[in-house]
Design a protein around this ligand. Structure first.
Ligand code: SF4
Length: 333
């Protein structure tokens, strides 16, 4: 059965929903290996370049209320996270961006909490795109207006990210009681209307079914400028309402990455090093991912904690992983 589905993939034929679901249901070890090698072959046949993305957290003071149940990033949510509120000053953003610009990392993500109508993102875009050669992804979730998106475009923002997390609305409402799924979809639509590349991903291991994941992956096809799909495995943050919910296994993350690659051969699949765990970053590449995020050089100038987990990928380690797998880090513009 699996061989038949993977043969179809190898002939570049589109899979139907049932076939994708069968791939998610793989339990046999050999079938799992075949799935991974099919996915990584697809990636390598298009490009063996692996993108690295670093990060600047702009603010953790979030006006969403109640807070998302898994969130350990916003102020006062988890002692493992930042906990105290901060808002990065312009000179701090510049210092970090300049530090990253001197490394092999070609791209930076500027992300932050909600409640500023995109001002925090626009200020960061002005600095990063005005003073460095870095590619820029901005992620402030739904905290964007149409005019803020236009301004981000004016400052040459390369990508705007708005993760839907899950399109199972009941689950979304349960885990994100201060947000509405339709608002996230609306932001994705606005980004597409502006002609900016959209990044929109899945948070997995939060109680969603395989069918939810399939529906989600197929739902993303409607977004015309979709260029990136982050696959984020859930990690519990101490002190949050989900601290006892089990973390998402590596196998589930690999399976989801591989299936995403099969459905979207050319897309950038992003795996944040904090959510997979820095030591496991290589497994995401073996499954067909081509962007490792939250990669931080040794001399990163400020205190940093990952989103989804406080740990993050060290640049030296990540370069070694990419090299050991015979892949190469994509160069700057
Ligand atoms: S996940 Fe984002 S939107 Fe939700 S509470 Fe945390 S910072 Fe705010």
């Amino acid at each position: 059965m699996i061989d038949k589905i993977l043969d179809k993939v190898n002939q570049s034929k589109e899979l139907n929903k049932q076939e994708i679901l069968q791939l998610f249901k793989i339990t046999d070890e050999d079938d799992f290996k075949k799935l991974l090698s099919t996915a990584s072959y697809i990636r390598d046949s298009i490009s063996e370049d692996i993108k690295l993305t670093s990060t600047i957290h702009l603010t953790n003071i979030c006006k969403v209320s109640p807070k998302c149940k898994y969130c350990g990033f916003a102020s006062n949510t988890s002692k493992e996270g930042y906990y105290s509120g901060f808002y990065k000053k312009h000179d701090e953003i510049l210092k970090i961006a300049e530090c990253i610009d001197k490394t092999e990392i070609p791209r930076i993500s500027c992300s932050g909490a909600h409640g500023y109508n995109g001002r925090q993102a626009i200020e960061a875009a002005k600095i990063v795109k005005g003073k460095t050669s870095l590619e820029l992804l901005v992620n402030v979730g739904t905290d964007l207006t149409p005019s803020a998106i236009k301004e981000l475009s004016k400052y040459n923002t390369d990508t705007i990210c708005c993760n839907l997390e899950t399109i199972n609305e009941e689950l979304f409402n349960e885990l994100k009681p201060g947000e509405q799924l339709r608002d996230r979809i609306k932001v994705c639509e606005m980004v597409c209307e502006e002609g900016i590349e959209l990044s929109s991903g899945l948070l997995i291991g939060i109680g969603e079914s395989y069918e939810d994941r399939v529906n989600h992956l197929l739902f993303l096809k409607r977004f015309k400028t979709l260029g990136e799909i982050p696959v984020m495995g859930f990690n519990p943050y101490k002190g949050t309402p989900m601290e006892h919910h089990p973390k998402c296994s590596i196998e589930e993350q690999m399976k989801t990455i591989a299936i995403t690659r099969i459905i979207y051969p050319k897309i950038r699949i992003t795996v944040p090093t904090p959510t997979i765990g820095p030591k496991n970053a290589k497994y995401s590449l073996l499954a067909g991912a081509n962007n490792l995020a939250t990669v931080v050089p040794q001399n990163y100038p400020l205190n940093i904690k990952g989103v989804g987990s406080p740990s993050y990928g060290n640049l030296e380690d990540v370069l070694n992983i990419v090299d050991d797998l015979g892949l190469k880090v994509s160069s700057k513009y």
